[in-house]
Write a protein that binds this ligand. Structure first.
Ligand SMILES: [Mg+2]
Length: 369
């Protein structure tokens, strides 16, 4: 294509929506009853790309006030250039947190726009290493009654054929360990002996408590212990990792590459987690995956499954994608073209649809300015 016909990014718009949870939810260290989504649309060449992040409404102001001016007018092909400009633009606002969530939403929209302009699935534009992206069912909130948890896990394992599930533990900052142990045993009873069982304490336990409980969880066949202690306690993660047979994982609060570099280099995890809607979008998630590979680690996609599916397929050291109850529900409410996790994997790009293959539901399209 001749240079003067290169499409430019002509505009961004942002919309915020808050979706109540279907029941009150909590993990070991936080409770919530709604989720806020910041949706970004990037326009150019007569087409529109869609990106999003799960973040407070303030992320939308960051998009409008600090980021839009950095990408509007750029070539739609030069997504990493736009990403770099956005990262530089938030210097004084502070990159980790809301600013990085905002950058992520814009970056995802820009990659989607580029793939749509080239009429390619995003997985084809990035280049695939796999057709199928394994997923694991993620929910099992500490607020769930035992029958609710059993129904959710049973639906994933026995209904959809997803052979990996994760529940929350560490209830009330680790002060309800007996119930944690009981729920883990109940989860194993529901899913049967062969499905993989994961737990996520969201940093609720102390180091020694995590080691003691980790040994007990292992008796129920738990093979993945996420954030057994705070993910800021890299030494503690390493202590727990060295003491237990199961994998220790963390990384969901990684907003920039130095965070992932410190975590990987300290030997804190067996598998690095990264969230494409937080870490700086597709551009930075690919770099986090390369960084993990350099340390001999696999990478797992944290939440926002439809934002991860295509980039996950492009990475050779990818382990699995979190099929998170809240976000699966919200992405199905927002978008047409959502993926089918039947059999335990999604197949991004299999239908040949351009970009990430999602379109806003018509009523939401009308709600945009
Ligand atoms: Mg987690």
């Amino acid at each position: 294509m001749a240079r003067d016909s290169t499409p430019q990014v002509t505009g961004l718009d942002v919309r915020v929506t808050t979706v109540p949870t279907d029941t009150p939810e909590a993990d070991g260290t936080l409770a919530w009853d709604s989720t806020t989504v910041v949706l970004v649309r990037a326009h150019g060449g007569g087409l529109t790309g869609i990106g999003w992040t799960y973040a407070p409404e303030a992320a939308a102001a960051v998009v409008r006030d600090l980021l839009a001016g950095e990408v509007v007018g750029r070539s739609a092909w030069d997504v990493p250039g736009g990403n770099e400009a956005m990262c530089r633009a938030v210097r004084n606002a502070g990159r980790p947190g809301i600013a990085s969530c905002a950058i992520s939403a814009v970056d995802i929209a820009l990659w989607d726009l580029k793939a749509r302009l080239l009429d390619l699935p995003l997985t084809a534009l990035l280049g695939a290493t796999r057709d199928e992206v394994p997923v694991y069912g993620s929910g099992g909130f500490t607020t769930y009654h035992e029958t609710r948890m059993a129904a959710q896990l049973g639906d994933w394992v026995h209904g959809l054929g997803i052979g990996r599930v994760k529940i929350k533990v560490g209830e009330a900052w680790g002060t309800a360990a007996d119930r944690d142990l009981r729920r883990v045993r109940e989860a194993r009873d529901v899913i049967g002996p062969h499905a993989e069982l994961y737990v996520d304490a969201n940093g609720a336990y102390s180091r020694k408590q995590a080691v003691r409980l980790g040994h007990a969880f292992t008796e129920s066949g738990v093979s993945w212990f996420e954030e057994p202690v705070s993910s800021d306690d890299l030494t503690g993660l390493r202590v727990v990792r060295d003491a237990l047979a199961c994998d220790v994982a963390a990384g969901e609060y990684g907003y920039d590459l130095p965070y992932f570099a410190r975590m990987a280099a300290s030997g804190a995890v067996d598998c690095l987690q990264a969230d494409v809607t937080r870490c700086g979008g597709v551009t930075q998630w690919l770099r986090a995956a390369a960084l993990a590979a350099a340390h001999g680690l696999e990478i797992s996609g944290h939440c926002a499954p439809h934002a991860h599916a295509h980039v996950a397929a492009s990475v050779p050291n990818f382990r699995h994608l979190e099929w998170f109850h809240d976000h699966v529900r919200i992405e199905s409410l927002l978008f047409e073209g959502v993926l089918d996790p039947g059999g335990g994997a999604v197949r991004p790009g299999a239908d040949g649809a351009a970009g990430h293959g999602l379109t806003l539901r018509p009523d939401l399209t009308r709600a945009f300015p």
